[in-house]
Every structure is written in structure tokens, then in C-alpha cells.
Design a protein around this ligand. Sequence first.
Ligand SMILES: *Cc1c(COP(=O)(O)O)cnc(C)c1O
Ligand code: SF4
Length: 370
Amino acid sequence: MRAKRKALRRADDLLAAGLIPLERRAAIEAVAARYALALTADIAELIDTADAHDPIARQFVPDDAELESRPEEMVDPIGDDAHSPVKGIVHRYPDRVLLKPVHVCAAYCRFCFRREAVGRARPLSRAQLDAAVAYIRAHNDIWEVILTGGDPLVLSPRRLGQLVQALGTIEHLKIIRVHSRIPVVAPSRVTAAMVGALKAPGKATYVVLHANHARELTANARAACARMIDAGIPMLSQSVLLRGVNDDAAVLGELMRALVECRIKPYYLHHGDLAPGTAHWRTSIEEGQGLMRALRGRLSGLCQPTYVLDIPGGYGKSPIGPSYVARVAGENGAARYEVEDFRGRHHTYPPGPATSVSVSPRLPVDGAAQ
Ligand SMILES: *Cc1c(COP(=O)(O)O)cnc(C)c1O
Ligand code: SF4
């Protein structure tokens, strides 16, 4: 029998696994005292210690630079707290809410946008979870719930199943979306029981995988995803644009292709959030746009994520990818369009009909989610 493969949670564990040299132990202890530290055995085994720039190590092994915060960085970079009507719920958009049943993860990404909360806050109590479900039940506009955290798939299939079944009794709720990194960091947790727990009669479950480099999609990770997809759970992905991990057109393209080969549709490429001590991972928005241009045309449309920024302060996500169309003034003042193709050549497109197009009304600026 194989011994249970233990997670690495202390600097000494990383040292014993040969992931850090002795002289870095004290520095890593200092980082771990500030931000949660854990690597699963799967992640530890994936690290290539011979490569000083290993993209897996860069994501999971602490770095001294994490203790350097910048003035523009924030404890709550995407403004979750401003939109939390009850504990564990974030209601920013009218039709969907986040529900965070736990704040722990199996492995901690060093760049985590919720790094000030993960690994510290306690899971929701039974009563708090009931109150969160009651909030969703009481709001008829909520069409979708997004289970996130932390990582909701650290829950046991039994507890996850109870939550999903409770959500399944809410008539107006149609979609149960789960944001998780578990298929990559702990694929063996994705058992038949776990897959079964994700489904509720009459509801559609989607799983959105967080993956940032093609090497994360090991044979085990691919098999874990296949177990969910074969059971009828569509999968999407979200990736974070990270300097030294995937800020390269070939690397990013390889990731997107690997995802599509696994039947996972790339959904979002996130611009790095302003979480404290994460400046060494952030790129500029121009770099991100350049990478998106490089993907367009070079790779299948299936491989194109939407490049998004979560606007600091809690204003939600906006697409910030390159624009390929511009309105230009034509002869005698009539506007026309200029559209750029994937090779950078420009083409004109005629102006629209003279009648003004009816644009759907904007959401009210304030209180949309209340
Ligand atoms: C990111 C986020 C969502 C999901 O947004 P989508 O664009 O639907 O993926 C929903 N609610 C909150 C509060 C979020 O931060
Ligand atoms: S899995 Fe998500 S919540 Fe957990 S540490 Fe990584 S980014 Fe943060």
C-alpha cells in the first residue's frame, strides 16, 4: 500500500523535498508567516528543480518579493467585501452571486488575488451556509451561483453534495458553476463520488478550472477533468497572466491548446490583480494585449480566452483585449469603420444605416445587486 502523500506546508517540508536550498529557509519561513503556504504532493513532484525558472515553482514556492507591497496594492483588490450582503456571498452582478463555503485551498498560488483571506478565515458554519443559501432563495434574479473560495473542491463529496442539493431546491437558480484548481493540484480528489456530488437534478453544473501553464495538465490532471466532462459537466478555464510563467505567446498558446485538447474551453485570461506583494508577477496591460493579438489568427478560435481586468474597488470585470475596429471619419463627414485583420492589415467597412441603433439600456449604476 502506498503511504498517503502529504502536503508540504512549512519551509522545512520544502527543504526536505529538495525544493529550496538551506539558505532560503529563513526567508521562506518569513513569507509563510504572512501568507498561507501549501504545495500538494502532485505539485511538488511536478517541479523541475534543475530549472531555475520552472513555471510551476514560480507559482507555488514562496519568493522574498512577496513581502514587498506597493502603494497601489490592496488587501481586497477586487472589492469583494463591498458587495457581501451576507457572510460567504458576493453579489456584484444582478443575475449571479459568488458563494464561498471555504477559504482554504489544497495548494496556495503565491499570486492569489484573495491571498489576504485564504488559509486564514474559517469556513462558513452550518448556520452561515444556511443563511447564504436562504439569500439566494430569497432573490429571484439570481440565475447562477459560483462556488469559489478558497477552493470548494477541498470539501468532502458528502458536504459538497449537501450544499449542491440544497441549491438544487431553488427554483429560479439554474446554473451551478464551480471555480477550482483541484483537478490540477490534487487530481485524485476528483473521484466518482465528487463528480456525483456536483450535480443536482434540473440544474446545469459547469466547472471552471484554474490553470496557468500547459505542464499543469499532467496525465492525472487530464484524467480528472475527463471524469467530470464524461459525466456531463462542461469545463471552462481561467488563467492568470503571470510574468515568468505564461507571458509568452508560445507558452500561452500551448496552454490554450492543451486545454482545448482536454475539452476545456478557455474562458478568461485575467490581468494580474493588485494583491499585496504580487508586483513581480504583473505585466502591463499592453503586454497582455500584445499576447492576445499573437493568439488571434495563430490559434483556433476555440483557443481564444477573453482578456479581462477585475476593476479595483469592486466594479466588476471588463474585457481589456485589443480592439480591431475603429470608427473613422470618411469623405463628406460620414463615418466608416476600419477593421484590422490578424496580420495587422487594415480594411474598411461601410457605415451602418442612418437610423440610430437601439442599444440595450445600461444597468443602474448603484444598487444593481441589492
Ligand atoms: C468574477 C465574478 C463573477 C463571475 O463573472 P463572469 O463574468 O460571469 O464569469 C460573478 N460575481 C462576482 C462577484 C465576481 O467577482
Ligand atoms: S486556488 Fe485560487 S483561491 Fe486558492 S490560492 Fe490559488 S488563486 Fe487563490
